[in-house]
Design a protein around this ligand. Structure first.
Ligand code: ANZ
Ligand code: ZN
Length: 815
């Protein structure tokens, strides 16, 4: 049969589906001692069409899933839809189409595309986070966390647009304006819900060491968690100045308490309570704070411009008793440390810039001999001469209750409130008598109402639905108002891989027996853009689930691979750039196998692929055609493979090539996760196959044997064609269910190896020894080497060296 992917591939996909070949077992069906492999890819957002990034991600996952099945593993390989979020809501505003309809249509379309790729997902486990049989478990988990004290409410700054009456996401704010309408956006505090991620900060940090993850991702996570050891120190506000009522002290967090004598100013966040209080009676200060508030946190963190405003306040230096001026400053963040910094311009870069700008003194208090030396104190009163470390200890002792050692983290508690419609409703109720009350678990799900209007203006559509808002207080039964905040969609993706394991469970998010059978995920493949947020939240959730007794083990994803992007002309393929190559277009012309083969071969998994046109796909397609022709020309034979000693040298050589390839590809897929070399290995082997001379005595049997293994090894990458060729070789059943070939040890080594004999460093002869020869045998053979004899005769043999590799024997003689 010729290579006709466009007609063959759908046919083969039907066979796979009909035979249930992708189905993963439930825990109860697993035989004791069976090996399991959980292959997970990051679930897609149903934006409309799949793109090349998806194709690459899913092909890599599929190659692994198919390889593991052939290796005898029970494989879990599911897919679902991360289907809440802003784009659906924007589509509703723009086209007047309900987010649910838009989402369903996109899922249907993308699922069809993915199925055309022949990815071996167990579709019976498909989930979609916008469906209430999924999001009710977000709500259920929220209630469990509420009970454990892992959820709390607090004020946090948001991007607020007064004209629209709504909160905007960071990406919607451009230059302090709503990107759609151009209305101004300000920073404003709002009461919201938080998950206590910081509770697990230390564990999230410590567990990174044990994970088989890319080093750069681990580093990004370490920085994101940002553990910082230092001290807190309280400064007294000056009595008699304009002290805000009720506030006596300002507390700072510092990693360099030893620099205390170098403090020449105090810098406070514009949101610091002392500054807010002082601004009530200081119009200029108020104006400065408003100016800073108009800039988003992100911009403030990346901006180099240090801005400050001197207040009428001072604090007292705890050792010298001197007055230190207090500034409000843009570079001090309220949500890090205490929101207040002791300014040490001689030893801190940002403080230095600030001091120069505002004409503040810059006294040096530390000297160091080298960059490794933390330093010795100067100009520091009784502490002068102490090493920095000792000075910190001594100062803390002297400062008494005013100071203590502490650890601070950059990691924040996770604000999960969104003032949006298209997300999981937070299952709480506002009651006039009881306050904020969690909904009862038996009343879940709290469903998203249908009777809402999408205007794009004004508060969240949920606040316009009477049927949604009106409810009874779960505590006292009186009329109450339902919470209109929905959950950050990162909640949906923080445990979805567990729902795959038990997608129809109506009692629990998933049964522990299922998670115990499959967890942890053996390989997780996805984009590097999820290195922090998603992968921190998911790890956090897993620790919470463990502490709730729902799951076992400390970490969800044992191995992580971040695939590189697919670029076109050096930049990312994206709608806005208009440089998208549609996978469908490629598949409908060349078939899925050619696209898969190209994606795997184009580059190592973690590197970028540059899409330079269709040549790459053409090449892949030609290779597949060549293999097809080779199998066709061969036909098939039942003639058994003769014993090794009956084979001609070129037949033996081919079998050696074959078995070495088996060994190499197995290692590439099982241990190294090197995919592109799998394809190059197949290409080399196919060349060796076509080089077998037409007159070889056992050609038919040798080719049959080699093609049998070749087709099986090709199956994970080009699974459709593999099925077709498998049938042509006269094999029954599905190739994808055949066993992965095992290397035959007798064909791994050549029979004889060439060994070079050196005498005193010069090559004097060459000998051949049996491949398995011992060191003693090789030494003896070298000493008997005829060409070397004239250099050995009458001399004393000092030593015989056999370097590793076995290709050389070096003799050292004297006399
Ligand atoms: C005095 C000092 C002297 C500092 C010196 C550093 C060097 P990391 O290591 O990132 O934790 N800081 C504290 N809170 C801050 C906030 N809310 N916004 C901006 N900066 C803040 O940084 C800790 C250091 O950053 C602290 O130690 C403080 O400056 C500053 F030679 O105190 B340091
Ligand atoms: Zn009540």
């Amino acid at each position: 049969m010729p290579f006709q992917p466009l007609t063959q591939e759908p046919e083969i996909q039907r066979r796979w589906l009909e035979s249930g070949a992708f189905r993963a077992k439930r825990s109860g069906e697993l035989l004791p001692g069976s090996k399991t492999f959980y292959m997970l890819v990051m679930l897609p957002y149903p934006s409309g069409r799949i793109h090349m990034g998806h194709v690459r991600n899913y092909t890599l996952g599929d190659v692994t899933a198919r390889f593991r099945r052939m290796k005898g593993y029970e494989v879990m390989h599911p897919l679902g839809w991360d289907s809440f979020g802003l784009p659906a809501e924007n589509a509703a505003i723009k086209h007047g189409i309900h987010p649910a309809i838009w989402t369903r249509k996109n899922i249907e379309e993308m699922k069809g595309q993915i199925q055309k790729m022949g990815i071996s997902y167990d579709w019976d486990r498909e989930i979609a986070s916008f469906q209430d049989d999924y999001y009710r478990w977000n709500q259920w988990l929220f209630l469990q966390m509420w009970e454990q004290g892992d959820v709390f409410r607090a004020n946090r700054t948001v991007n607020w647009c007064e004209e629209l009456g709504t909160v905007l996401a960071n990406e919607q704010v451009v230059d302090g304006k709503d990107e759609r309408t151009g209305f101004p956006v300000v920073q404003k505090p709002l009461e919201q819900y938080f998950f206590k991620t910081t509770k697990y900060a230390d564990e999230l940090l410590a567990c990174l060491d044990g994970l088989d993850w890319p080093e750069n991702v681990k580093t990004m996570q370490r920085n994101w968690i940002g553990k910082s050891e230092g001290a807190r120190l309280a400064f007294d506000l000056e009595i008699g100045g304009q002290i805000p009522a009720g506030i006596r002290q300002v507390e700072v967090f510092t990693t360099r308490l030893d620099t205390l004598f170098g403090v020449t100013f105090m810098a406070l966040s514009t949101e610091h309570p002392v500054i807010e209080k002082a601004a009530e009676s200081d119009a200029a200060l108020k104006a400065f704070c408003d100016q800073v508030a108009a800039v988003s946190r992100e911009e403030r963190m990346t901006s180099d411009v240090k801005l400050g405003h001197r207040t009428a306040l001072s604090v007292i230096h705890p050792f010298t008793g001197e007055k230190v001026p207090v500034f409000a400053a843009n570079y001090v963040l309220m949500d890090y440390g205490t929101g207040a910094v002791m300014g040490v311009p001689a030893h801190d870069e940002r403080d230095n810039e600030f001091a120069k700008k505002y004409g503040l003194p810059i006294p040096q208090v530390i000297v160091s001999d080298s960059e490794w030396d933390l330093g010795t104190l100067i100009n520091s009163g009784e502490f002068t001469g102490l090493k920095s470390e000792d000075a910190v200890t001594a100062m803390i002792a002297k400062l008494g209750a005013r100071a203590e050692k502490t650890t601070t983290y950059k990691l924040k508690d996770w604000g999960l409130s969104r003032q949006r419609y298209w997300g999981t409703p937070i299952p709480t109720v506002h009651c006039e008598s009881c306050g904020v009350v969690p909904e009862k678990a038996e009343n879940l799900p709290v469903r998203l109402p249908e009777d809402v209007a999408f205007t794009g203006v004004g508060p969240s559509p949920l606040t316009t639905s009477r049927s949604f808002l009106d409810c009874a207080c779960p505590a006292c039964g009186k009329p109450a108002r339902r919470e209109t905040d929905t959950m950050d969609t990162f909640v949906d993706s923080s445990w979805y891989w567990l729902r795959y394991l038990d997608p129809k469970n109506t009692e629990l998010p998933f049964a522990k027996a299922e998670s115990d059978a499959w967890m942890p995920v053996d390989l997780y493949v996805g984009g590097i853009e999820h290195a922090t947020m998603h992968l921190i939240y998911a790890r956090f959730f897993y620790k919470v689930l463990r502490d709730l007794g729902l799951a076992s083990g400390p970490e969800p994803f044992q191995k992580l691979i971040c695939q590189g992007m697919v670029l076109k002309d050096g930049s990312k393929m994206s709608k806005s750039k208009g440089n998208i190559v549609d996978p469908d277009e490629v598949i409908s012309k060349y078939g899925a196998d050619a696209l898969r083969l190209f994606m795997i071969f184009a580059a190592p998994i973690e590197k970028e692929i540059d899409w330079t046109g269709f040549e790459g796909i053409e090449g892949a397609s030609r290779f597949l055609k060549r293999i097809t022709r080779m199998v066709e020309d061969h036909g098939n034979t039942a003639e058994p493979l003769p014993a090794k000693d009956q084979l001609a040298p070129e037949e033996k050589a081919l079998l050696i090539k074959l078995n070495r390839t088996i060994q190499r590809l197995t290692d590439d897929l099982e241990r190294r996760y090197q995919f592109n070399t799998v394809v190059s290995g197949l290409m080399e082997l196919s060349n060796a196959l076509s080089d077998l001379p037409a007159g070889a005595p056992h050609r038919g049997a040798v080719l049959q044997h080699a093609l049998d293994a070749f087709v099986r090894m090709m199956s994970p990458v080009a699974p459709h064609l593999a099925e077709q060729l498998w049938s042509q070789l006269g094999k029954a059943g599905l190739c994808m269910q055949a066993a992965w070939p095992e290397a035959d040890a007798q064909y791994l080594e050549a029979d004889e190896v060439l060994v070079v004999v050196q005498v005193n460093g010069k090559v004097r002869g060459r000998i051949t020894v049996p491949a398995g020869a011992s060191e003693d045998q090789r030494r003896a053979a070298a000493l008997a080497c005829p060409e070397a004899q004239s250099h050995l005769d009458g001399k004393e043999i000092v030593k015989v060296v056999l370097p590793p590799g076995g290709k050389l024997v070096s003799i050292v003689v004297k006399g």
